[in-house]
Design a protein around this ligand. Structure first.
Ligand code: ACO
Length: 325
């Protein structure tokens, strides 16, 4: 008997060249490196150049992932782009990436689940691949949150950054002796009662403007650890694995305190946690694939490793994925 699984063939990422440090921010708003680092673990973030759009970052990450996977554009049937900062209201930014790659077959669309977008996109791609919707998928997380920040609001503008990451997934029919590869389980959740705890105060159907990010930081913090650990416990139950079995925990990089508290609650050793929030800030849907690619590039993540992904963000949305690299 064979089982179809979505196996990761490779990863890639891209960061804009401009670095914005905490000291740079302190010149604009009343803040300090000490305040930001103590409460978030962030030292610096990247900011897209003028004219550099989400699709540009996504395209660079997609090309890097394809090269790392050794896959040609002709062999990609699906492109899923997780973003809350699309180039335009429509069409989907994914089609700009599709055109940039010179692909005219298959399908490309965006997934909008804010910071949880990459986990939601992996789950969507996994379901489509298993249902015969294609053989290979590019799953990208890309954001230019710098464009929706209120740069006079010190409680939010210090937290976010721009960037993109991507993976290539392939549907593989695994034999009975080798079914433990690829995406093993995903749990997705959302609860719209919390939609105004973290949102953008504009949009095509409400104000006709783009708007700025607004957040009740303490409220987000209060819910984050419980929500994250709930879905992680779900994927452990679904697979029979436990925190002791994983090689790497690659969480959404919102805040080092949320990551540390989640790892402690789950019993995950600190040396198994991949951290990039210090260098990237919170890049929303891009943060997990950026962190994954950083740990692949420096040799930490290796073939066969059991990897736990999780994210939580606006909506609220939250989710976890367990996969074998
Ligand atoms: N620099 C200096 N002081 C600041 C800053 C700043 N950048 N921002 C806020 N303050 C001040 C506030 O004005 C307040 O001052 P006051 O006491 O005189 O009124 C004081 O610091 C405390 O403000 P709080 O908002 O209560 O600070 P808190 O300790 O909760 O830290 C933070 C704020 C870092 C946002 C925290 O609530 C947090 O991490 N929340 C999670 C939010 C998050 O990570 N969101 C990301 C998106 S969702 C996701 O991806 C999971």
């Amino acid at each position: 008997m064979t089982l179809t699984r979505s196996v990761v063939l490779g990863s890639g990422s891209y960061l804009p060249s401009r670095v914005l440090s905490n000291a740079d921010l302190a010149k604009r708003v009343d803040t300090s490196d000490e305040w930001i680092f103590q409460r978030t673990g962030i030292r610096e973030r990247r900011i897209a150049a003028e004219g550099e759009m989400t699709s540009h970052l996504a395209l660079m990450a997609a090309r890097a992932a394809l090269a790392n996977a050794g896959v040609d554009t002709a062999d990609i049937q699906l492109i899923l782009l997780a973003t809350s900062t699309p180039d335009y209201t429509f069409p989907a930014t994914a089609v700009a990436v599709q055109a940039g790659l010179g692909i005219t077959h298959g399908a490309a669309f965006d997934v909008q689940a804010v910071c949880s977008g990459f986990v939601f996109a992996i789950a969507t791609a996994d379901a489509l691949l298993k249902a015969g919707g294609g053989k290979r998928a590019l799953v990208i997380g890309a954001e230019t949150f710098s464009r929706i920040l209120d740069w006079d609001d010190r409680s939010t503008c210090v937290l976010f950054g721009d960037g993109a990451g991507a993976v290539v997934l392939e549907a593989q029919d695994l034999g009975a002796a080798d079914t433990e590869r690829g995406v093993l389980a995903t749990r997705l959740r959302s609860d719209g009662r919390y939609q105004h705890k973290l949102y953008v105060d504009g949009g095509p159907s409400s104000t006709g403007t783009v708007g700025h990010l607004r957040m009740e930081g303490r409220e987000v913090f209060r819910h984050a650890v419980g929500m994250i650990t709930d879905v992680i416990e779900d994927v452990f139950r679904m697979t029979g694995y436990s925190a002791q079995d994983i090689q790497w925990f690659v969480p959404h990089q919102a805040n080092k305190r949320i990551i540390d508290a989640s790892a402690v609650k789950l019993g995950i050793a600190p040396d198994k946690v991949v951290i990039t929030v210090d260098r990237h800030g919170n890049t929303s849907a891009a943060s997990i694939p950026l962190a994954l690619d950083a740990a692949v590039a420096d040799g930490r993540i290796k073939r066969g490793d059991l990897i736990l992904l999780e994210a939580m963000g606006g909506g609220f949305t939250w989710g976890a994925t367990l996969l074998r690299w």
